[in-house]
Write a protein that binds this ligand. Structure first.
Ligand code: CMP
Length: 136
């Protein structure tokens, strides 16, 4: 079933010049781009996006990292896009993520893990409304 999902190519990826590498992996898989923007998060946007994490101990440094430079927000479409993108992204901690995934190949960090990807179709719809409110 065709789905939409939100991907944030995080500030560490932009800083390291990995946007093309990461986007290319999703495109080569067969996912299609529906929207894309380069944007720097402010604190209010970070709190909305990471609503479920704001009370966690890792949130203050995560917020600082995510608001510390531009990121690329992308809407990707395709069959089972949410699960497919999560599989390509790999588990949260880059040190433990499987080889062949974005994080497993390119990240050594639990926080600076290059990519955020919606974790369910419901999260995708919530996050898409935050980042791309005008998308039909
Ligand atoms: P993301 O997929 O964007 O969702 C929440 C983010 O919080 C996660 O990727 C990491 O960047 C960060 N994160 C999650 N768990 C931890 C942790 N234990 N320590 C530091 N950062 C974390």
């Amino acid at each position: 079933m065709s789905e939409r999902t939100l991907v944030l190519i995080k500030p560490d990826a932009v800083r390291r010049g990995l946007v093309g590498e990461i986007l290319g992996r999703f495109e080569r898989k067969g996912l299609t781009l529906a929207a894309m923007v380069l944007r720097t998060m402010d604190g209010e946007l970070a709190d909305r996006h990471y609503d479920e994490h704001v009370d966690k101990s890792f949130y203050p440094p995560l917020k600082q990292f995510m608001t510390g430079g531009p990121l690329v927000a992308v809407v990707l479409c395709g069959d089972d896009a949410v699960a497919v993108v999560r599989a390509l992204t790999g588990s949260t901690d880059g040190r433990k993520a499987a080889a062949g995934t974005v994080r497993g190949d390119l990240s050594l960090s639990n926080r600076e893990n290059l990519v955020h990807a919606s974790d369910s179709p419901e999260s995708a719809e919530r996050e898409l409304k935050i980042w791309f409110p005008d998308l039909a």
